[in-house]
Design a protein around this ligand. Structure first.
Ligand code: AMP
Ligand code: ZN
Length: 464
């Protein structure tokens, strides 16, 4: 398996630290608003990476954080007159809903920065002890020039950075030993959340959180660190400096960065205001279409959002779903007998080509082409002309490969009679005071898009 490593700027063979295991950390969102479809790109892509490793038999420990302390969260909290945890908790919940809609599986662990402050203080203390950090008036800075490898990820040269930074120096930062030094801990300001520390009350800088959470949940050395390419500098460069200065070991063996999701060829971002929320898209499309759209391009190529491309993604996905539906409906109608070696070979050839695409730095665009070819092949089969074994092999293999990309067999729609039977069961459960079962039924129906309304004339329902 080959992975393009931003660190070496080449495709490298993937060799895990521990055979059969993958330790992967992906920087998660700052939770002060609903996520936009640019934020969705790394979520969808790295979820696919994880699924492919699992398909290959790896055990994946996948960690992705929520940044729940940050200037923007604090600003929003002040605007609404609530505690910043109210804002972050609200948007973590909303983000999880969007992830579920896009079929992004929960990570093994989703740590929150505010719950890891102790670890951050410990790491900052170690950095000070080792001479990599210093405190001035309650602020702790990382001493960039002390870390010899600084710039190795972004390819930036310290002297160029230095001249750029001199002009960018903001007020209050004159106390830094060097304009390039970055903040590890900052003193509290009125009205902001704060924690006690050896340097007074304050809060951590952004970069330190990922170094600490990655170390705590995955260890000092990890296989893969990912995120969008805007994070290469300074965030990931600073993470490397902190982690490697602290442990003396290589932090992450592979660095993977997705390119931007653009709109009118400009990066989609909250600050530019040119964003579309995942929630907006969900009003028009099932989010499986958004997922399919994202994977239709290679992750290192910029992807320009357009309504036409979304429509094309919808049509493509429909084609796959239709084939899956037919394979399901006609299942069991085949003739008896074995799958012939030629039939087996045809299916295996699709598997080999799909794997070759994914093994080549997760080329999901090519993997989707293979799925389309397999769909074309499946559509030529007639149940009465092939054995049941051959039919099932095509069906199961297609489902297995498509699942890596998050494409699922369409769910059977509930019939009106089934819905009414479930509603009757729910009423009976309520009468028997079995509220757990009654809620379970309501939830089950909601997941199928059936909404219940309790009225005086009984329960009414509608399809969402
Ligand atoms: P943020 O909440 O801005 O820290 O972003 C969370 C994640 O989304 C990071 O991995 C970013 O690199 C990524 N991201 C943000 N905007 C885009 C975009 N327009 N295209 C691709 N990735 C993005
Ligand atoms: Zn990070």
């Amino acid at each position: 398996m080959k992975i393009y490593n931003t660190l070496s700027r080449t495709k490298e063979e993937f060799i895990p630290i521990e055979p059969g295991k993958v330790r992967m950390y992906v920087c998660g969102p700052t939770v002060y608003n609903l996520i936009h479809i640019g934020n969705a790109r790394p979520m969808i892509f790295f979820d696919t990476v994880r699924r492919y490793f699992e398909y290959k038999g790896y055990e994946v420990n996948y960690v992705s954080n929520f940044t729940d302390v940050d200037d923007k969260i604090i600003k929003r909290a002040l605007e609404e007159g609530v505690d910043s945890s109210v804002i972050s908790e609200r948007y973590i919940l909303e983000c999880k809903k969007d992830m579920e809609g896009m079929d992004v599986r929960p990570a093994t662990t989703h740590p929150k920065a505010t719950e890891e402050i102790g670890g951050m203080i410990d790491m900052i203390r170690t950095l000070i002890e080792k001479g990599f950090a210093y405190e001035v008036n309650g602020t702790v800075y990382f001493r960039v020039r002390r870390f010899k490898g600084y710039g190795k990820l972004s390819g930036k040269n310290l002297d160029e950075l230095e001249s750029g930074n001199r002009t960018l120096l903001v007020t209050g930062e004159e106390e830094k030993e060097d304009p390039m030094d970055f903040v590890l801990w900052k003193p509290k300001k009125e009205g902001e959340p704060f924690w006690e520390s050896p340097w007074g009350q304050g809060r951590p800088g952004w970069h330190i959180e990922c170094s600490v959470m990655s170390k705590k949940y995955l260890g000092e050395e990890i296989d893969i660190h990912g995120g969008g390419e805007d994070l290469i500098f300074p965030h990931h460069e600073n993470e490397i400096a902190q982690s490697e200065a602290c442990s003396g070991r290589l932090f992450s063996h592979y660095w993977m960065h997705n390119a931007f999701l653009n709109i009118n060829n400009v990066k989609m971002s909250k600050s530019l205001g040119n964003f579309l929320l995942v929630r907006d898209i969900s009003k028009q499309y099932d989010l499986s279409v958004l997922r399919f759209f994202m994977l239709s391009a290679h992750y290192r190529s910029p992807l320009n959002f357009s309504p036409e491309l979304m429509e094309a993604a919808k049509n493509g996905l429909d084609r796959i779903h239709t084939a899956m539906q037919r394979l399901k409906d006609e299942s069991g109608k085949g003739c008896t007998g074995e799958e012939s070696p030629e039939e087996k070979e045809a299916v295996q050839a699709f598997v080999a080509r799909f794997e070759a695409a994914m093994d080549d730095d997760f080329n999901t665009a090519d993997a989707i082409s293979v799925i389309f070819e397999m769909v074309k092949y499946a559509n030529t089969l007639k149940p009465e002309e092939v054995s049941e074994a051959a039919w099932e092999d095509v069906r199961n293999t297609l489902l297995k490969l498509a699942d890596i990309l998050g494409i699922k067999e369409p769910e059977a729609e509930l019939l009106d009679a089934d819905i009414e039977a479930l509603i009757a069961e729910r009423q009976a459960a309520r009468k028997a005071k079995n509220y757990a079962r009654a809620d379970e039924i309501r939830k089950m129906l909601a997941e199928q898009g059936i909404l219940l309304e309790d009225t005086r004339d009984g329960v009414k329902w509608k399809r969402a």
